[in-house]
Every structure is written in C-alpha cells, then in structure tokens.
Design a protein around this ligand. Structure first.
Ligand code: NAP
Length: 484
C-alpha cells in the first residue's frame, strides 16, 4: 500500500445526497480508523453562498443519521476540522480562481476532484480546472455514474474530460467493485489453488448475478424513466461483476493487468442479435402489489412517470462468453425495482455428480454463493451426511465469514474506493475501453427495444419479476437460486 503524506479531496456536489450520505461518512470512518494522513483537507463545493460552519452543521446532522452507532462526538469534531466549504458553480470561471487559491496553499499534495454531480457538468468542470492548472501533477478526477446514455454520449463525455485529464488520472467509479465480498472473490480465485481447476465449463453449470431492490422509483422518476434498469444497472454494475467472476488470472494485481483481463471478458461476450434479444432478454415493469407486507402503487402511477411509459424497471438476461473457459456456460443477470427482496448476490452453480451412489434427486450439490447485500458473506455449499443411523444427505455450507474470522468492521465500498483514489490505485476503477465494450454489448438490446412495438412485461410489485424471467432459465432446464 502506498503511504501518502498529505492530500486535498474536493467534492463537486458536496451538498448533494451522495456526498452527505456516503462520501463524507466514508472518509469519517477512515479517519476514525487512523487511515487518513494527518495533513488532509476535504473541500466541499456547492452553488449556494454558505460558509464552512453552516455547511459542517448540515453535514454533521446527516452524518449522525447515517453513521448510527459509529458516530462519536470527538471523532467527528476532529474529522470536521478537515472540512472547508466553497461556493463553486461548474460554469463560473471566477469560482475556480478561488478554488485554485485555496488548493495552491499546499501545492505538493495528492489532489482528488470527485465529480458527484450530473454528468452534464463533467466537461465544464474539467475545462475550468485545467484553466487554473489544476489538472497537473498529482491531480485525479473521479467520475460518478451514469457516464452517458449510450456509447456515443459516453464517448463524448470521455473525450471532453480526456482533453484535460489523461486516462491515468481518470477514476470511473463503480462502487460494487469496492464491496468486500467482491474483493474476497478476487482473493479466493487468485490466492488459492482449490477453485482454479474447477473454475471452468467442465465444472460450472451456470452463473447467476442478481441485484434487486424493494424500493420503487422514489423521487427520481424524471431520471429513471429516461434511463431504465438496463442502463442504470446492467451496463455497469452487473457486467462489472460478471468480469470479476469470468476473468482469467491477471499477470499481477497491477491496475492495467487486472483491467486487461476484464476487458477481454467484455469483448468475448457473444453479441446479441434482434432475435436473441427476444429470447434471451426479459424486460419488465412493476404494477401495483405489496412489498414487505405494504401495498405499493405501480410504476405507471408513480409521480412524474409519463403516461404509457415503456421504461423497464426489471431486466433478466442470458449472457454467453465465447472463450475456451466459458463456452456453453450461461451467465444469467437480473436486476429490478419493487422486487421481493433487496439482494445483491453472485451464485456459481457447479455441475451435478455424473452418477450418484446416494440415490436420485439430491438437488444441486455444490454452489458458491457470494452475497454483497444486505449481508456480506461467501458460502460454499456441499452435501453432507445428516447425523444418525440412516444415510440422509443435506446441504450444508462452509462459511467464509469475515466478521467472525477477522473480528473487524467491514468497510463500506466507498471507503475502500476513496482511499484507492487518494493513494492513486486504479485497479478497482473502470477503464475507458471497458466502458466502451460494455456499452457496445448492451446497445443492440436498447435498439431492439426502441424499435419493438411491444412494451415491457408487467410484474406484480413484491414478486421476483415477470414469469418470463423464470422461463428464461427453464428453457435451459435451470431455475433461479430462490426457486431451487
Ligand atoms: P443530488 O443530491 O441531486 O446533488 C447534485 C449536486 O450537484 C448538488 O450538490 C448540487 O449543488 C450540484 N450541482 C448542481 N448544479 C451544479 C452546477 N451548475 N455546478 C456545480 N454543482 C452543481 O445528486 P446526488 O444524488 O448526490 O448524485 C450526484 C451524482 O452521483 C449523480 O450523477 C448521480 O447519478 C450519482 N450517483 C448518486 C448516487 C446516490 O446514492 N445518491 C449513487 C450513485 C451515483 P447545489 O447545492 O448547488 O444544488
């Protein structure tokens, strides 16, 4: 781990939900754990002419709410002394002069500009930073999602930011990559010999990646209706998780070595034709139902949703990777809103034994289940004999429980990723060519939907999505994890 002496991190969108709810609490935790260098400022930006004291008061109230039992008055006071507030509008050059003056008080520091704003502001921010020479030296820029609406718009934003920052300075964040179980999966795969011989088509039957929510579109109908689940979740988070499962062992843990392998997976995804989209991709939209016992309205009745909207709130699809390791192994991806559970999970289903001396219908013998939320766990399921004088088999699991084993707090994804940016480690950030390859793969789905007279299939809120989602797997003689 690179030790650093001093840093300045600047949050554009410092008054926004993400900064107040995730980014500041993440840095607070790292400060509390003694991981932030003593010399380090957190400069939060917004457009209103507030002062630092006013901003810190607001940040304090939010942080207290989100930190819960981890909040400590003394730790907060120490942490808050790092915070400064500045009024900066993305389009106002003079505001950047003031920002430069503040930063140039300490010219040699690691400098991070975290763009936690809508992507429309990325280009003017990059340009205005460069005009003040703030893109030089140890400067890095973090780009939040969504980075564009399709390949063309994402290329445009990347080109515009790329005019002022080199690829090595650009950190495209996908917070799923900072989650502990994902990092543990990388360690499991590449630090142990046990799984590697089995991690291939001969032994793995199928892979299921699920990221579901119970919440609906909430107050974000305007954004969500133009975006939909495919762009919001599949193009980035789900495909990124797929690359971690499927990549070949990288030559080293070096950022580009890892990202080269992830890119190869994205490029090996079998392209989908219009006909494939009809049979291998399911799009759904929730109608009224009940989630966790409470009645909820349908998507069409949500405030701000245009009448007759065809936006998808659910996607399930079958992806195939055309490599020697993975040919013939389906990767099922699924995401959606207003579903039965809030869950993020990767399930690796191993093949059944070729023959059984214990009788038939023993069920799925072995699977590796990596849960990212709501709990974090890695479990390897095996069949074992129940105690007693009869030979009855039951599924049990080996639990790689980090909390039990390591007895330490499991850091939030943003903590790890923010520390990586401050240290200058790009391994867990998405390179531009990865992002392009992911857009290229999902574009035929978007085009096919846009030209189809059919809309999404409706599903009752509180279920696991449209029936077509189960049918997608049953055509291969398979079922989703919760249906087994
Ligand atoms: P938000 O609550 O709407 O905050 C938007 C921020 O942008 C505010 O701080 C606002 O500052 C600032 N802003 C607006 N116009 C500006 C301008 N002209 N110049 C400079 N700053 C300007 O949004 P958010 O939820 O924090 O999300 C920020 C970004 O992260 C979005 O791209 C979002 O898609 C992404 N994201 C958010 C989450 C999340 O959990 N919230 C998760 C993943 C990704 P003012 O105080 O001046 O209005």
């Amino acid at each position: 781990m690179t030790a650093i002496d001093a840093f300045d991190i600047v949050f554009f969108g410092g008054t926004g939900d993400l900064a107040l709810r995730k980014l500041l609490p993440a840095l607070y935790h790292q400060d509390q754990d003694g991981n932030l260098p003593a010399q380090g400022r957190i400069i939060c930006l917004g457009r209103s002419p507030s002062d630092t004291a006013g901003y810190v008061e607001k940040a304090h109230a939010k942080a207290k709410e989100y930190l819960g039992s981890h909040y400590n008055e003394n730790d907060w006071t120490k942490f808050a002394s790092r915070i400064e507030y500045l009024k900066v509008d993305a389009h106002t050059e003079a505001d950047f002069v003031a920002l430069a003056e503040t930063l140039n008080q300490f010219p040699g520091r690691e400098r991070v500009f975290y763009l936690s704003t809508a992507p429309d502001f990325f280009a003017p921010i990059a340009k205005n930073l460069a005009a003040q020479g703030l893109n030089e030296g140890n400067s890095r820029v973090v780009l939040e999602k969504p980075l564009g609406h399709d390949l063309e718009s994402s290329n445009k934003i990347n080109d515009e930011v790329g005019e002022y920052f080199t690829e090595k300075q650009i950190y495209r964040i996908d917070h799923y990559l900072g989650k502990e179980p994902v990092l543990n999966l990388i360690a499991l795969r590449f630090a142990n010999t046990l799984l590697e011989p089995l991690w291939r088509r001969e032994w793995i039957r199928d892979v299921q990646i699920t990221v579901t929510e119970q919440v609906g579109v909430e107050t974000r109908a305007d954004f969500y209706d133009k975006t939909g689940a495919l762009r919001d979740m599949v193009q980035n988070h789900l495909l990124q998780l797929l690359t971690i499962v499927a990549m070949e062992p990288p030559a080293s843990i070096d950022a580009d070595a890892v990202r080269d392998e992830k890119l190869k997976v994205l490029r090996a995804l079998k392209p989908l034709s219009v006909d494939d989209v009809k049979t291998k991709v399911v799009r759904g939209q929730y109608r009224a139902g009940a989630v966790a016992g409470k009645p909820v309205i349908g998507y069409q009745d949500e405030p701000g949703v245009p009448a007759g909207s065809k936006a998808e709130t659910f996607v399930a699809l079958k992806a195939e990777i055309e490599t020697w390791r993975w040919a013939g192994v389906p990767f099922f991806l699924r995401t959606g809103k207003r579903l039965s559970e809030r869950l993020a999970q990767i399930v690796i289903n191993f093949r059944e034994a070729p023959t059984s001396i214990f009788g038939k219908n023993l069920g799925q013998p072995n699977r590796l289940v990596i849960e990212l939320q709501p709990d974090e766990s890695v479990r390897l399921y095996l069949l074992a004999k129940e105690p007693g004088n009869q030979t009855r088999l039951r599924q049990v699991y080996l639990d790689l429980d980090f909390k039990e084993t390591f007895a330490t707090r499991s850091p939030e994804a943003y903590e790890r990723l923010l520390m990586d940016v401050i240290r200058g480690d790009l391994s867990l950030f998405v390179r531009r060519d990865e992002q392009q390859a992911a857009w290229r793969w999902v574009e035929p789905i978007i085009e096919s939907w846009e030209t189809s007279p059919e809309g999404p299939k409706t599903y009752t809120a509180g279920t696991w999505g449209p029936a077509a989602s189960s049918a997608l797997l049953s055509r291969d003689g398979l079922c989703w994890y919760e249906e087994a």
